[in-house]
Each structure stands twice: as structure tokens, then as C-alpha cells.
Design a protein around this ligand. Structure first.
Ligand code: MLC
Ligand code: AMP
Length: 510
């Protein structure tokens, strides 16, 4: 088998061990594999293969999501996982941009999928695995899927307005899973508590697929909800947990509101975890310390990116983890720090460049953006880093003020500005991120209102207007009205100046 991802899956195909469970079903690896092959046959509709066709997946997290996803990749198709948080218009944009001709949906999300479904074959995930497997066609076709074939498209925001689809190959998935299996010591008896969205690398590649390819099991929650997560931990049936810093913050808020007996039960559950990790955004040292107070060790913090997978990781040994650092590069990940003048700077600070087999193939249908993202064969992360003597990397920020991270979601200020400019009440707008304890970056829109349109630019009015146009997490939490935006002699808004002047104020309570 040429795809190392599918070869690994195939090796687990006869195992009776638990692979995935949700609130309704439990599936062993053998059942999961069987159902994924049935899903494959449904999607292929009698053709030998999907042959690189894109299949959008708009399904609530659970075992059925995994079956549909594996059905697509076993079919030689490209999975396009979509978030239920996107409004219908944005969902349709993703389907069009990726050229998806098929949509797999779950009934609870059907109202969101109306626009996306137009002109596409639609398959209900509840019946996707009901049909027979297509043994004859599938064996040779699956064996022929190449290691560098694209397995999935993960859309990620950049500095150029609309998001771009990162082409993640079968090899990328397998390399990533193998690196983390080794680094984090996954065992067959591990069970992951999964509460992350499945349309991003963290929830899909780093958490779910690493777990499954290590022959461990994943318990999928429908969504993150702090009380639910604490109770699951308290049951002590899971051994690993992966989260963004905002989730840790929300867990502590919930913990502090609970009574003493509940807190004791929850803390015991957290202590029973073998591994708790944090990534997607900087873990504040205070949150790390709080987790240590409860469990005896800080979360394992690591650095990753849609385009490169996990690049750096703190050690598995809790005593060797360093708060504020993301650790040294994982094996097979090469890294460089390059200063403003384009020279290598071993200790930095400078931009972090990454190379290696976990780096993606390029952006879907955007050769120029792909070219711009690399310097020769090094991927330019856009993160500013410095390297300690022992090789551990510390992240200092981003090269672009237009890339924000809110609750672990990467947001493009330019994309949000573009959407807001369509509002006739907005004459000029600059979107910025202000430091925030819960979200990391708090999205704020600084607006010059059109004449007489101040009321239509209030926080409430803009948030209500944006609801149908932007995913909820992209909607500015606050608007600030100004008479003019600070601009440099070339007319460009000086965002650092805006951030400086606004970060001193007390934030409005949203
Ligand atoms: C939800 N809201 C957010 C938000 N998430 N607003 C800003 N930023 C966010 N990240 C909105 C909701 O829509 C809602 O809006 C309001 O905030 C309150 O919601 P909530 O119930 O408090 O939030 P919750 O649903 O609990 O979501 C918080 C969260 C979620 C942290 C669980 O944001 C999340 O799942 N983040 C993970 C993102 C992620 O997976 N990133 C990985 C990228 S890959 P309203 O208007 O309805 O009140 C990557 C690579 C790597 O970075 O290295 O990992
Ligand atoms: P995404 O494009 O959503 O995959 O986000 C990738 C970005 O998340 C990286 O380029 C970093 O800016 C940020 N990131 C990921 N992990 C960490 C971390 N541990 N600390 C700080 N930033 C991080």
C-alpha cells in the first residue's frame, strides 16, 4: 500500500479494540474500518475511485463523522471538513472554492447546509454506511493511493483576505501521527477525551488521527462544554486530553464556581490523566501554573500550524517541561530562525522557517500563495521565535499584525474588514486584536462611521449585522468609533498605534 496513512489503518482493520465512541455508539477498529469501506462504496457510486474529488463534510462530531471522513480518504477523495459554526453563505463559499461535488451532512445541520447543498450530490451521514462494500474494486484502488496524494483540505486564514485550503497529504498525516505517537508515548490502552472542532489540524490531525493511528481510542464529545469535560475527567476513563488555552481558562472558571466536593472529584479526575496538552495559541504561564497546582504538572505545550503539523514539543517528562516555551523541534522537523535582513540567526529573534516531511503540499488552486509561503523549500511560518541554548523555542509573536488568534482560531483581520466594509454605515474600518485573558486576542473593530450612522456602528448593531456573514468567532466582540484612523504617509493604517492606544482602556463587557 503506497499511502502510509491507509496502510496503518489497514493494519488495524481486524482489531476488536475500541476505536471511537460518542454519546450513542461505540465502534471497534474492525467495525470502523468496515463502515468506512461501506461509506467509500456509497461515495464512489459504482466508480472504482473518487479520484481526487473533493467531498465536503458538515457533520456533528461523533463516530459517524469519522466513518464519513475515512470513507472519503479510502476512496481516494479529498475530505473538506467544515465547521457547523459557519453561516450558510460562508459554507457555500468553501464548497465552491474547493470545487466539492458531494456533501455529506448530518440531519441536525441540514438547515445550515441548504445553500452548500445546491448543485451537489448530498449524502446523509446516517445512511452512508448502510450499503455493501465494493471488495473487488476497492482492494487494488486503495493500494494505489499515493503517499503524496492530498487526503484533506484544511482552510486557514492568511494575510490575503479569504482563507486558503491547505493540501494535507496522506504522508503528512502518517508522519505527524508517528512523530507524536513516539514523542508523547501513545499506547493501545490510551483513551483521548476529544472536545476540539474537527475542521482544524488540532482536533483532526493532532488529536483524533494521532490517537487512532496509535491504536488508541477517542471519546468524541459533541462540543466543548466545561462542566461536561470535568465530569468526563472525573469518570477516570480517559487518559489523554488536548486543548487550546481558552479551554483551560474556561475549565478553571467553571471549577471555581463549583462546590468543594465537586471540585475535589474533578481535580482527582484531572490528576488521573496521563497526558494533557496545550496548543494553537500561547499558553499563559498563569494557566500552566494553575493546572500544575491541581494536577502536579503543567500541560505539555507544543507548537503547530495547519501547514506544518506539530513542529516543536515540550518533553513528555513533566519535570522537563518549560513554561513559556514550546520545546525543541520534533525529529525530522528542521527549523531555522531568519532575521529581518534574511540572514540565519541561530538564537533569534527572527521568523521561524520549517522544513520536513510533515510540511503540506501547497494551497489548493493558489500557486502564487504557495510560492510566496516558501523560501526555497522552507515554509515561512510568520511566527517570530527565539531559541534557547538547549534548543527550546520561545514564540514572541507574529510577523503580521493582521493575523489574530482568538480561542485558538486563526483569524484574518483583513477578511473581517472586507466583510464589515459591505455595511453602508461603515466608512472606514480597522480590525485589531487586543490582549485578552480568555480569548488570547480580543477582536475589536475600530470604525469611522458614515455621516449620521453612529448608531448603526454600535457593538450590538455591528454584531447583529455580521451574524449572517461571518462565523461567530470572527465577529468583533466590540466596536470603537473614531473620527479618523491613524495612517502613515502611504495611507496605510498604523495598527500598532491603534492597539497601543486602545489596550490601556478597560474592555467593554462582551
Ligand atoms: C466561540 N466564540 C468565540 C470563540 N469561540 N469568539 C471568539 N473566539 C473564539 N474562539 C463565541 C461563540 O460563538 C459565542 O458567540 C460566544 O463566543 C460564547 O461562546 P462560548 O460558549 O463561551 O464558547 P465555546 O463555544 O465554549 O468556544 C470556546 C472554544 C472554541 C475555546 C471551545 O473557541 C474552540 O473550540 N476553539 C478551538 C479552536 C481550534 O481548534 N483551533 C485549532 C486551529 S489549528 P455568541 O455571539 O453566540 O455569544 C492550529 C494548529 C495547532 O492552531 O498548533 O494546533
Ligand atoms: P493555524 O493556522 O490555525 O494552524 O494556527 C497556527 C498558528 O498558531 C501558529 O502559526 C502560531 O502562531 C499559533 N500557535 C500554535 N501553537 C502555539 C503555541 N503553543 N504558542 C503560541 N502560538 C501557537
Amino acid at each position: 500500500m503506497r499511502s502510509p496513512f491507509l496502510a496503518r489503518l489497514h493494519a488495524l482493520a481486524s482489531s476488536d479494540r475500541l476505536a471511537v465512541e460518542d454519546d450513542l455508539v461505540r465502534r471497534s477498529f474492525a467495525e470502523l474500518h468496515d463502515r468506512a469501506l461501506r461509506a467509500r462504496a456509497t461515495l464512489c457510486e459504482g466508480r472504482p475511485s473518487l479520484d481526487g474529488r473533493r467531498v465536503a463534510i458538515l457533520v456533528s462530531p461523533g463516530a459517524a463523522w469519522v466513518e464519513a471522513f475515512l470513507g472519503v480518504v479510502l476512496g481516494g477523495g479529498v475530505a473538506l471538513p467544515l465547521s457547523p459554526l459557519y453561516p450558510p453563505g460562508e459554507l457555500a463559499w468553501f464548497g465552491d472554492d474547493a470545487g466539492a461535488d458531494t456533501l455529506v451532512f448530518s440531519a441536525d445541520l441540514a438547515p445550515r447546509a441548504v445553500e452548500l447543498a445546491k448543485g451537489r450530490r448530498v449524502v446523509n451521514v446516517e445512511t452512508i454506511a448502510d450499503g455493501p462494500r465494493d471488495e473487488a474494486a476497492s482492494i487494488s484502488e486503495i493500494a494505489a493511493i499515493a503517499a503524496d496524494a492530498t487526503a484533506l483540505l484544511l482552510y486557514t486564514s492568511g494575510t490575503t483576505g479569504k482563507p486558503k485550503g491547505a493540501m494535507i497529504t496522506h504522508e503528512n498525516v502518517a508522519v505527524q501521527a508517528a512523530l507524536l505517537r513516539e514523542a508523547w508515548g501513545f499506547r493501545e490502552d490510551d483513551r483521548l477525551l476529544h472536545a476540539l472542532p474537527l475542521h482544524h489540524l488540532h482536533g483532526l490531525g493532532i488529536s483524533l488521527l494521532t490517537t487512532l493511528l496509535a491504536a488508541s481510542a477517542a471519546r468524541l464529545l459533541p462540543r466543548f462544554e466545561a462542566t461536561r469535560v470535568w465530569n468526563e475527567l472525573a469518570d477516570q476513563r480517559v487518559t489523554t486530553f488536548m486543548a487550546v488555552p481558552t479551554m483551560y481558562q474556561k475549565l478553571f472558571e467553571c471549577f471555581d464556581a463549583a462546590d468543594e466536593a465537586t471540585r475535589a472529584r474533578w481535580a482527582a479526575g484531572a490528576r488521573s490523566l496521563r497526558l494533557a496538552t496545550s496548543g494553537s495559541a500561547a499558553l499563559p504561564v498563569t494557566l500552566a501554573a494553575r493546572w500544575k497546582e491541581l494536577t502536579g504538572s503543567i500541560p505539555l505545550e507544543r507548537f503547530g500550524m495547519t501547514e506544518i503539523g506539530v513542529g516543536m514539543s515540550n518533553p513528555r517528562d513533566p519535570a522537563a517541561r518549560r513554561p513559556g516555551f514550546v520545546g525543541p523541534a520534533l525529529p525530522s522537523v528542521e527549523s531555522r530562525i531568519v532575521d529581518d535582513a534574511g540572514h540565519d540567526s541561530p538564537t533569534g529573534p527572527g521568523e521561524l522557517f520549517i522544513r520536513g516531511p510533515s510540511v503540506f503540499k501547497g494551497y489548493w488552486n493558489r500557486p502564487e500563495a504557495t510560492l510566496a509561503a516558501f523560501a526555497d523549500d522552507w515554509f515561512k511560518t510568520g511566527d517570530i521565535a527565539e531559541r534557547a541554548e538547549d534548543g527550546a523555542i520561545r514564540l514572541l509573536g507574529r510577523t503580521s499584525v493582521d493575523i489574530l488568534k482568538s480561542g485558538g482560531y486563526k483569524l484574518s483581520a483583513l477578511e473581517i474588514e472586507e466583510a464589515l466594509r459591505e455595511n453602508p454605515a461603515v466608512a472606514e474600518v480597522a480590525v485589531i486584536g487586543l490582549p485578552d485573558e480568555v480569548w488570547g486576542d480580543r477582536v475589536v473593530a475600530v470604525i469611522v462611521p458614515a455621516a449620521g450612522a453612529e448608531a448603526a456602528c454600535s457593538t450590538e448593531a455591528i454584531r447583529a449585522w455580521a451574524r449572517d456573514r461571518l462565523a461567530a468567532y470572527k465577529i468583533p466582540r466590540e466596536t470603537v468609533l473614531v473620527a479618523a484612523l491613524p495612517r502613515n504617509p502611504l495611507g496605510k493604517v498604523v495598527k500598532p498605534e491603534l492597539i497601543q492606544s486602545l489596550r490601556a482602556r478597560a474592555p467593554a463587557p462582551i
